[in-house]
Design a binder for this molecule. Structure first.
Ligand code: FAD
Length: 468
């Protein structure tokens, strides 16, 4: 039986509010964990302070399904990104999440960078990625004709892909809900009553109380603060902002691959990449901040990206920027994830998932199941999950009903039928932003200037059943 999805009002009481496992945080990581738990005969709840899934860092990243070729060999991250790439590639094919295996070119712009490429190829091989290849300047230009002047060579990394970052957590959450997980949104956990021996955790939330025999912290930027609720002090999160700009579809033909810089001390650096929806992204910046809510962009940051993008692909200088955004990486000062089992507390932290969490999400979920077992969770027999199929916003949706065939968003060709289908889906959107991530309505060149009012009217009309 499907689980309940709620966004407001008091939480269920009594036995209904007693769970075997509560996963706190419905980003891509928490949603993947909830989906993995749904394979077992357990009562599971996924809760989030926000009013939709994937509203934290998971909605604002670079949308790359990494192979893990450049991870630090031997780290937990290296192993989980590599496995996650394989698992998510297969899962995307099964569920219809848009993915394009365009491959990456790690471009050297000076002699020092060119000299670093063989070492990066060797590192990729240590990470199990042996298909990389060094390219000279001529072959590079042949493969990427619009690249700026001065590129000396590249490392070609097949397998690096672009993916839809929004349908991924949504697919996980939808599948979890369809297989019995309760999803409580608008539900911030504010305190956790420490359990006595054998007693469940008592979670106080902004919507009431829940109990959980086992608890998973997938709180992203707030993982350290959630740890503190249980008296755990393993790490401190420092938000590392990444600003990005989005070029419209007219720019898509300028770029064939994900164009990566040779990495520096602050991470992967600024890249130029196509998206599965035909845009071109430039970014992200890397700025260490104190403010965990600083998801705004800055004039300086965007000007820097404009300049950098035009150096990598000069044609981008003439292309319109249709959107800008920023996300915050949950950096913890360690170049690896911080996943920990706390058996005495029957508690697992999945923290420090900085810049690869989308790619590693399915492997992280399997890892968390192992950590929960260390904490004494007897998950019981595994059953196959009822499948989900995500609508592909790029595909034409034939509809017999002429009223549903009417186009609402002309930039992205989104029909009324597609919007109504999203509003009737297992995890419906809470507002225009959620509807845009599910259907692309308002995500085109005009950014909703023309369709915004019609989209809001549809939400008003059809989103009143208390589930949104
Ligand atoms: C600029 C940028 C580019 C990136 N590019 C890529 C990329 O190309 N490929 C890739 O694989 N990864 C990339 N990443 C990393 C990836 O986006 C993250 O690793 C991933 O989204 C982290 O997911 P999460 O579930 O851990 O966190 P989040 O998505 O932040 O989810 C945590 C959730 O916990 C909730 N929460 C917190 N505290 C509470 C509480 N007390 N009660 C209830 N709910 C709570 C929050 O509301 C939030 O929804 C990038 C990140 C950034 C910032």
């Amino acid at each position: 039986m499907p689980g309940a999805v709620s966004r407001r009002g008091p939480l269920p009481a009594g036995a209904e509010a007693a769970y075997d496992v509560v996963v706190v945080g419905a980003g891509v990581v928490g949603c993947a964990v909830a989906r993995a738990l749904a394979r077992h005969p357990l009562r599971v709840a996924l809760v989030d302070a926000a009013d939709d899934v994937g509203e934290g860092t998971s909605k604002a990243n670079t949308a790359i399904l990494h192979t893990g070729f450049d991870a630090s060999p031997g780290t937990l991250e290296a192993g989980l990104v590599r496995t996650g790439h394989r698992l998510l590639t297969a899962y995307a094919a099964e569920t219809g999440i848009p993915v394009e295996p365009v491959g990456a070119l790690l471009v050297a712009w000076d002699e020092e960078q060119r000299a670093a490429l063989p070492g990066l190829a060797a590192k990729a091989a240590r990470n199990g990625h042996r298909a990389t290849r060094l390219l000279g300047p001529d072959e590079l230009r042949h493969r990427e004709p619009r690249l700026g002047p001065g590129a000396l060579g590249a490392l070609s990394v097949p397998g690096e892909s672009v993916i839809c970052p929004w349908s991924t957590p949504l697919a996980y959450a939808s599948q979890a809900v369809l297989n019995g997980t309760d999803l409580h949104l608008g539900c911030r956990v504010t305190s956790v009553g420490t359990p006595g021996p054998g007693a469940p955790h008592r979670l106080t939330t902004t919507r009431g109380t829940l109990t959980a025999r086992h608890l998973v912290n997938a709180c992203g930027l707030y993982a350290d603060r959630f740890d503190a609720l249980l008296g755990v002090a393993d790490s401190t999160v420092t938000p590392r902002r990444g600003q990005l700009l989005v070029h419209g579809r007219a720019a898509r033909d300028l770029v064939r691959h994900i164009l990566l810089p040779v990495p520096g001390p602050l991470g992967k650096g600024v890249l130029v990449a196509p998206t599965v929806y035909g845009n071109v992204l430039v970014g992200p910046t890397a700025e260490d901040l104190d403010d965990r809510t600083a998801t705004g962009t800055t004039a300086d940051g965007l000007a820097g990206l404009r300049e950098r993008g035009a150096r990598i692909v000069p044609g981008l200088a003439d292309e319109e920027v249709t959107a800008v955004y920023a996300g915050l990486r949950a950096a913890t000062g360690r170049e690896d994830y911080r996943c920990a089992a706390h058996p005495a507390l029957r508690y697992v932290t999945v923290g420090g998932i900085r810049s690869t969490g989308l790619s590693a999400s399915l492997a992280l979920a399997e890892h968390v199941l192992g950590l929960l077992a260390e904490c004494g969770l007897r998950a019981g027999p595994e059953r196959p999950l009822a499948p989900v199929r995500m609508p592909d916003p790029r595909a034409a949706r034939p509809d017999r009903d002429p009223a549903r065939r009417a186009v609402v968003c002309h930039c992205e060709h989104v029909t009324r039928g597609a919007l109504l289908a999203a509003l009737a889906s297992p995890v419906p959107p809470a507002g225009p932003g959620g509807l845009r991530r599910r259907t692309r309505a308002g995500a085109g060149d005009c950014q909703g200037t023309h369709c915004g009012a019609a989209v809001r009217a549809l939400l008003e009309e059809h989103g009143k059943d208390g589930r949104r």
